[in-house]
Ligand binder design. Sequence first.
Ligand SMILES: N[C@@H](CCC(=O)N[C@@H](CS)C(=O)NCC(=O)O)C(=O)O
Length: 221
Amino acid sequence: MSIRFYGFWRSLAAYRVRVALKLKGLTYEEIPVNLLAGHQHDPAYLAINPQGAVPALIVPGVSQPLSQSMAILDYLELVYPTPALMPTAPEQRARVLSLAHVCASDGHPLVVPRVRNYLQNTLHLDEGTRNAWLQHWTLQALQTYERMLSQSPQAGRYSHGDHVTVADICLASQVTGASLFGCQLDSVPKVMAIYQELLKLDAFAKSAPQLQADAPAPSKN
Ligand SMILES: N[C@@H](CCC(=O)N[C@@H](CS)C(=O)NCC(=O)O)C(=O)O
């Protein structure tokens, strides 16, 4: 039995786990949870992840499903250490995690479906205002990331030297969100240069939302 990965084609948190599974060379089965149809609230799925969110991971031999993308990345790193996605030195790890959390903990939570639904259904914000919200917070995280890259001699081909790390996975998820929300990305050239390098790797290129089996077919217009 292989790893069962609960995701959704355009989920940024699921994207992070999808990339890590591919980078680690692990075999998995992706099971889509349709967030637009509200399937994250189905009792059967809540039994897997009581948060009602993707990703979740069921690993053979592990007693409970795993949830929260950063916890899953940490698990994968500990159990499948090659290739390493985290430096071992404490100071280096702190830098990588600091970059990662700008995206995963500060930027991304402001644009998840439950927040968007609240803006729409409870606060009754119109579509243009909601889109301005999504673009603002998504870009703000990337601009923070850009400043952090500018101020550190440790940035290289990737966010931390020339090895892909968890920070790069989070950068790529945030840029993916920025593309989905139509952000202007001219103000983050260092971020985009790293993103272009990451896209040369299959794990990133093949994780793009529109390439996932549950993504809608492209419009013919
Ligand atoms: N911090 C969590 C975020 C999980 C999350 O909110 N995922 C979104 C998709 S990116 C989701 O499933 N949301 C469902 C909802 O908001 O109803 C993680 O990194 O795993």
